[in-house]
Design a protein around this ligand. Sequence first.
Ligand SMILES: Cc1ncc(COP(=O)(O)O)c(C=O)c1O
Length: 402
Amino acid sequence: MIRRDAFLPFTRPMVGEEEIAEMVDSIHSGWITTGPKAAKFEEALAAYNGVPHVLALNSATTAQEITMQVLGLQPGDEVITTSLTWVSTLSTVLLQGGVPVLVDIDPKTLNLDPAKLEAAITPRTKGIIPVHLTGLPVDMDPVWAIAKKHHLWVVEDAAQAMGAHYKGKKIGSDARSAMTVYSFHPNKNMTTGEGGAIAFHDPHRLGRIQRLRFHGIERDAWKRQSKEGSVHIDVEEPGRKANFMDLQAALGLHQIKKLDGFNAKRGQLFRRYLELMKDMDEVMLPWEGDRDLGHCFHLFIARILPEKAGLTRDEFVTELKERNIGTGIHYKPAHHHSYYRAFYEKRAHALPKEGLPHTDWSGDRLCSLPLWPGLTEEDQNLVVAVMKDVFVAARSKSRVTV
Ligand SMILES: Cc1ncc(COP(=O)(O)O)c(C=O)c1O
């Protein structure tokens, strides 16, 4: 049996000495929470993505929750999205009293299928949340056209898409979307430990988002406590405690400079996997995108075909773990979690009549293989060799059982 000596995780953050030195500098400076470095990081994010305004927060999940509040989502309002996403895409709608209405994916991209959107629109529909899953952009032109026709807003879930581009422009840079949310969780293409950000074009949103991320107060603490600032505050509405620390920015300021290099390396490894697995009948390989849909290669999702592989995705994951290869499942479709199963049983109108056959099919088969910029070609070769070994063993076992 081919196996690795020590466990290989499916991803690993790439934090270097520059980030560490910058964090130490923050600690020595006496200012470790939201301060000048957080502001500088926001400027760097805005410049990188070509967006006029970016505000950083403690996570993409809180950022998404705030977008729903800023857009005035009311109880019973409907928002169309995909089930093949991290559950926060749905929960942030629900927490505002909204109803996430699910449409099926395009199996080629794993993203929501824009052709399915119009059938899901009702008089209660307020917006669309396309999710750029795996770092491969959704085809946005039809999404924006449908949104315009039906007077809906668009909020892009770009948690996995820092560095991806649509028709040559960075995700978040098109003003046809009301807001775009990024994540800097340790698994993402760049990290700040935890963290997220909201990008937007309308300057009128600035004050509101600032208030909602910090106790309903518009100015950050460091501005109040600086020599020029006033010590007096005024709470204008209830807000969250969701600010972004200078300690996180210390990581982010260096990570963002390295991001294009990270993504180029991810792309190289992604294509190398495609090459190494091109004759593997047991898996359906992911699509690498094209000039319009500029992938940032966050995840390499192979779909395990049990009918050909002789074992299910879950058995495959267990076999790889036995051989010290880590994998991920991105994701179990949201409507299969117990809360959402019960939720949609009571709200049949929030799912298409035919269900979500492509989401279900891919959801049962998908498996993320190890991919991060520091993955060696030697380890990549080993992952593929282990997979071949697992498939050979599964075939001979199924012959024995038959
Ligand atoms: C598609 C998607 N949306 C939202 C999130 C939430 O991001 P965060 O962990 O920063 O809250 C994630 C993180 O896994 C994600 O992958």
